[in-house]
Design a binder for this molecule. Structure first.
Ligand code: PBG
Length: 325
């Protein structure tokens, strides 16, 4: 026998000991399920690059939310796929209170007042330029975009949104939206800011799902440079001052250090967005039999929690909830 007083393996010797020494857990309470909404009735189309994820018409979204609520999922982030004919430079359809998006939110809240609905504020789903901000002469105009984002947020709050999610990365948008909400009596509507949203190649499948890829250029003048982490602290400071309720890091997997950085430095809840490309990679490798997709999924979600996320937006939410039943 060697003299080894500290033997860490003792705390791994069986499943019960491993459970009582486990530092982090993922539960369905931690997860937000993103959902893709399309026009029509009884319409369901799978996103080719995201096996198991569908664009659903309003009636089927309602059914989907009902089945998710039964599984213990309670928060949903809705993204609309808008008909090309309705897209224009000013994202006008995003301000139409009778449009697909707000009317669906209304119906969801009418059927399931207990469901928490998070919405997306950005111009890209409605913009003929496919950018998150207003484009003029090839440039994204910050302050002019804020006017549109505030109106968009108000339409969504009026429809019953519980959490507004500005995903556009314009400067000052959290403060502008907070003021617009408060002035109109929506002091209880939360803001989950996409605080550190990086200009990432991992969004590819999402842009396929919504047909929302930029028509020219890229998003690097507003989304963050993947090389930077101190810049995330600047964004987080501003969001805190401007009235955000949650700080989000997006994507999650290649940015676990940024999740950790924000959770170490801020007391607000930290959200992480396990994005479309991260989902697609797991599904593709699992379909080839190269990895065990379910085990990899659980390990990924756990790693995001361990890094410091309190909340995870993930396309895996429903299958994770199902696996725990
Ligand atoms: C757009 C938006 C994007 C995502 C959420 N909101 C894409 C983008 O910025 O181009 C990506 C989500 C994902 O990849 O799962 N404002």
């Amino acid at each position: 026998m060697y003299n080894i007083p500290q033997r860490p393996r003792r705390n791994r010797k069986n499943q019960i000991i491993r459970n009582i020494t486990q530092e982090n857990w993922v539960t369905t309470n931690d997860l937000i399920l993103p959902l893709f909404l399309i026009e029509g009735k009884n319409k369901k189309s799978e996103v080719a690059s995201m096996p198991g994820i569908y664009r659903l018409s309003t009636d089927l979204i309602i059914k989907e939310i009902e089945s998710c609520l039964k599984l213990g999922l309670s928060t949903f982030c809705l993204f609309p796929s808008i008909n090309d004919k309705l897209k224009d430079k000013r994202a006008t359809e995003g301000l139409n209170s009778k449009g697909l998006y707000p009317t669906t939110i209304q119906l969801i809240k009418k059927n399931f007042p207990e469901a928490v609905i998070m919405t997306d504020v950005a111009m890209d789903p409605y913009s003929s330029d496919g950018h998150d901000g207003l484009v003029k002469n090839g440039k994204i105009l910050n302050d002019e975009t804020l006017d549109i984002l505030c109106k968009m947020a108000l339409v969504q709050a009026q429809a019953g949104a519980d959490i507004i999610g500005p995903s556009d990365m314009m400067d000052g948008r959290v403060g502008a939206i907070r003021a617009a909400l408060d002035e109109n009596g929506f002091t209880d509507v939360s803001i989950m800011s996409y605080t550190a949203k990086y200009a990432s190649a991992f969004y590819g499948p999402f842009r396929d799902a919504l047909d929302s890829a930029p028509k020219f250029g890229d998003k690097k003048t507003y989304q963050m440079n993947p090389a930077n982490s101190k810049e995330a602290l600047i964004e987080a400071d501003l969001d805190l001052q401007e009235g955000a309720d949650f700080l989000m890091v997006k994507p999650a997997l290649s940015y676990l250090d940024v999740i950790k950085l924000l959770s170490d430095n801020f007391t607000l809840p930290i959200a992480a967005y396990n994005v479309s490309g991260e989902y697609a990679m797991v599904k593709a490798a699992a379909a080839k039999g190269w990895i065990d997709g379910e085990k990899v999924r659980d390990e990924i979600l756990l790693s995001i929690k361990r890094a410091g996320a309190d909340v995870i937006l993930t396309y895996f939410a429903k299958e994770f909830a199902l696996s725990k039943k």
